[in-house]
Design a protein around this ligand. Structure first.
Ligand code: HEC
Ligand code: HEC
Ligand code: HEC
Ligand code: HEC
Length: 183
């Protein structure tokens, strides 16, 4: 009896203070929403949005197009490069040419604008890295870039020195990094 009456008392207090309680509830919600968006931004988890939602999963996973078809200089130059729009149109003149995203490509092509792809991989400036030596030793792209063929959007990666060192130790590659990797 005592119990139910105290519960009832509590409920009447709640009812009397509906307005302020509602406001407090709203504030708590806003604070949580704010924290969520600024501290756990969902978008950075899947990489930056690109001008055309190009998917490595579709192209390399499902359609099995070789990496080097689109990144041909990876074994030869320090800059593997991102394919120019001509390369996309090589296929997309015929494949889903009316798709709105492919229309955007035509637009870039016709106006001679390079597609403003956003770079996702970064190395600190004092690091000398080149792909050639690694590709020649058949280090798989995935060892460093992850399972690209399963990703729609590529995630940003900031390579750390440990990452280089760990593999160089394991593979007995050059560890004289002050000579080899730093300028
Ligand atoms: C070797 C051929 C080839 C090349 C090169 C190519 N694609 Fe594709 N692309 C395909 C195929 C095949 C599909 C799947 C079409 C389908 O779903 O019917 C596709 C699908 C797409 C789609 C639609 C994905 C979706 O959500 O349905 C987009 C957007 C796209 N490609 C963009 C690009 C861009 C940008 C480039 C250049 C960087 C490019 N493609 C280069 C073959 C190619
Ligand atoms: C059909 C063309 C195509 C194929 C095939 C392809 N890529 Fe790409 N790649 C692109 C385009 C376009 C971009 C830039 C847009 C983006 O980041 O998604 C890119 C970006 C990248 C980047 C990020 C570059 C940076 O730092 O911004 C990496 C790493 C990469 N590709 C690796 C691979 C690997 C590994 C494979 C094979 C498993 C592969 N790519 C196959 C077209 C292609
Ligand atoms: C040993 C590690 C390693 C391997 C193996 C590797 N990459 Fe990279 N890749 C990197 C690093 C580190 C960067 C960033 C380089 C920079 O910012 O100068 C990078 C950058 C890139 C970029 C962006 C370059 C640009 O011009 O912006 C592409 C595209 C790429 N890699 C494709 C590939 C492909 C395709 C393969 C396989 C054939 C591959 N990578 C194998 C470490 C690797
Ligand atoms: C998954 C393994 C792996 C990772 C990760 C890796 N490397 Fe290497 N690297 C190798 C191997 C194997 C060689 C040896 C190539 C040879 O003997 O020709 C090599 C060779 C090199 C060389 C040439 C050294 C020489 O003898 O002149 C440089 C420079 C280099 N790596 C820099 C880097 C940097 C910088 C990173 C990090 C961004 C990195 N590597 C990450 C496996 C790796």
């Amino acid at each position: 009896m005592q119990n139910t009456s105290s519960v009832q008392k509590f409920l009447t207090i709640l009812k009397m203070n509906k307005g302020p309680l509602f406001l407090v509830g709203c504030c708590v919600f806003l604070v949580l929403a704010f924290l969520y968006y600024f501290y756990i931004p969902p978008a950075t988890d899947i990489g930056p949005e690109q001008p055309i939602p190009f998917s490595h999963r579709i192209h390399t996973g499902v359609k099995e197009i070789q990496c080097q078809f689109c990144h041909p200089y990876v074994g030869r130059s320090n800059y593997p490069g991102i394919p120019p729009v001509e390369k996309c149109l090589y296929c997309h003149k015929y494949i889903i040419p009316k798709h709105p995203e492919i229309q955007k490509e035509h637009n870039y092509f016709n106006t001679k604008t390079p597609t403003p792809w956003r770079q996702v991989n970064y190395l600190p400036e004092h690091v000398l890295f080149n792909h050639q030596r690694h590709i020649r030793k058949e280090v798989a792209c995935q060892k460093c870039h992850g399972a690209v063929e399963t990703m729609d959007r590529l995630k940003g990666v900031r390579f750390k020195m440990e990452f280089c060192i760990q593999c160089h130790e394991k593979e007995k590659a050059n560890l004289g990094c002050w000579l080899a990797c730093h300028n």
